[in-house]
Design a protein around this ligand. Structure first.
Ligand code: GRF
Length: 198
């Protein structure tokens, strides 16, 4: 898989860890960690772990032109899956088409209730008793793709935004790896059932 990020990269770290000693061990490997922000902390952290890294600055670029170039760069690594982990860009069809059906995202809320940025702030300000972390396939809308996995986070008693985020991120880190493992195992099962039937 290719992991895409723009910031601190805590989900990337959890996924890399899962490939080494968690639920993704033997199922997935990271072919590249890519960022549209060359100075993203997560990119540095990935390099420190020995992951292949690549960056292409998006600042000042037109969306389609940047997405075309980013997709071409990523295709050189031949990822089966493109895993967005805090990748702060809305993707155009120039990016989505080459990887259609193979791009995943994690959103820190139920995507039926909240889309876009600041989902933890939204949950905190509205004093929600829980939020639902969502892993979904990416289409051309903003957090509109089919849901693959969801898990509720109990927010009762979380009286700061930092506490809301702490609880949410702990769930994100486990759920993303598990959702990927389930997806890969399902794909493998489909492929092996096709193999035996002909
Ligand atoms: C996470 O909350 C994720 O759900 C959202 O962006 C944030 C990225 O955090 N899409 P990190 O960079 O993985 O720490």
């Amino acid at each position: 898989m290719a992991i895409l990020l723009s910031g601190r990269g805590s989900n990337m770290l959890a996924l890399v860890e899962a490939t080494k000693s968690g639920v993704l061990k033997g199922l997935a490997e990271v072919v590249v960690v890519f960022s549209n922000k060359p100075d993203a902390f997560g990119l540095e952290a990935a390099a420190a772990l020995g992951c292949p890294v690549a960056a292409l600055p998006s600042q000042g670029r037109k969306r389609e032109a940047f997405d075309t170039e980013a997709a071409q760069l990523l295709q050189q690594y031949q990822p089966d899956l493109v895993v967005l982990a805090g990748y702060m860009r809305i993707l155009s069809s120039a990016f989505i088409q080459p990887f259609a059906g193979r791009i995943l995202n994690i959103h820190p809320a139920d995507t039926h209730q909240h889309q876009g940025l600041h989902a933890y702030e939204w949950a905190f300000e509205n004093q929600l008793p829980e939020t639902k972390i969502t892993v979904h396939l990416v289409d051309e809308g903003l957090d509109t793709g089919p849901i693959l996995a969801q898990q509720a986070v109990d927010l009762r008693g979380a009286d700061t935004l930092a506490e809301v985020e702490r609880r949410g991120l702990a769930v994100e880190h486990a759920l993303y790896a598990q959702a990927l493992a389930d997806l890969i195992q399902n794909k493998q099962a489909v492929m092996s059932s096709k193999k035996t039937s002909c």
